[in-house]
Design a protein around this ligand. Structure first.
Ligand code: SAM
Length: 231
């Protein structure tokens, strides 16, 4: 038996590549995007009432992680990437049907457009459905998850003076909280856990239309080196 689903819209996101996207929503409140709805959902009727709601669930497709052969076990980055567990005990992107779900802040609604923040979605992500967050049902007192029991530990992010100036000026140009976005995302330590970072090794990721470069002068510390226009 098979069912077919089709997107109701696509997300225009600050994240232009998978690397350095937080591993869950809400970890980077400065991560913003716009969900652009497709006809017939762009007329305004479908979003009527959403101005009464602070957060929404998005059901979406991990369109850049789709695979033909379903995996039964995965190695979540959360467990250091070297321990495997059943796919259904994780939020891994490689999963049957490639469906993701994120609860995100709804900042503004207008016909055909939802302004979102706290997102963990790649630019161009196809969205299958939107549902309002229902606090009395979706927030469960006493719930636990012993594999992921709390938010990841943050690491310190420092700046080279010129890089901070560049980030401020690109942020102003974009009208986006770029310094906060970079700090919140890099503090999650995007580097794969198995990689021992040497200070000589430079890392980079694209946010909006800019490229951020950083290194680890010592373990557990990030220094932002450069914030330049992406090529
Ligand atoms: N909150 C969602 C969930 O629980 O289903 C996503 C969790 S998943 C661990 C988060 C990661 O998905 C991000 O760090 C990013 O690298 C990746 N990601 C986001 N959007 C994607 C997309 N459209 N295709 C593939 N990977 C994506």
């Amino acid at each position: 038996m098979s069912y077919s689903v089709s997107p109701i819209g696509f997300v225009r996101s600050c994240f232009k590549e998978k690397f350095a996207i937080p591993r869950q929503p809400q970890l980077a409140p400065a991560a913003r995007g716009v969900l652009e709805l497709l006809p017939p959902f762009d007329s305004g009727e479908a979003v009527q009432g959403l101005d009464q709601v602070s957060h929404v669930w998005l059901l979406f497709v991990f369109h850049q992680a789709l695979e033909d052969k379903p995996r039964l076990k995965v190695r979540p980055p959360r467990l250091g990437g070297n321990q495997s567990v059943g796919v259904f005990s994780t939020r891994a992107t490689h999963r049957p049907n490639g469906i993701g779900q994120s609860v995100v802040k709804l900042d503004r609604v207008e016909p055909g457009k939802l302004w979102l923040s706290g997102i963990d979605l790649l630019d161009g992500t196809p969205v299958l459905d939107i549902k309002p967050y229902v606090p009395y049902a979706d927030s469960i007192a006493g719930a636990y998850n012993r594999i992921a029991d709390s938010a990841p530990t943050l690491i310190e992010v420092t700046w080279q003076d010129a890089a901070l100036r560049q980030a401020h000026s690109h942020g102003q140009r974009l009208g986006e909280p770029l310094v906060e976005l970079i700090e919140q995302c890099l503090a999650q330590d995007p580097r794969p856990a198995y990689q021992r970072p040497s200070p000589e090794r430079h890392y980079g990721a694209d946010f909006w239309d800019i490229d951020v470069r950083w290194h680890y002068p010592q373990p557990g510390l990030i220094r932002v080196l450069e914030v330049v226009a992406a090529t």
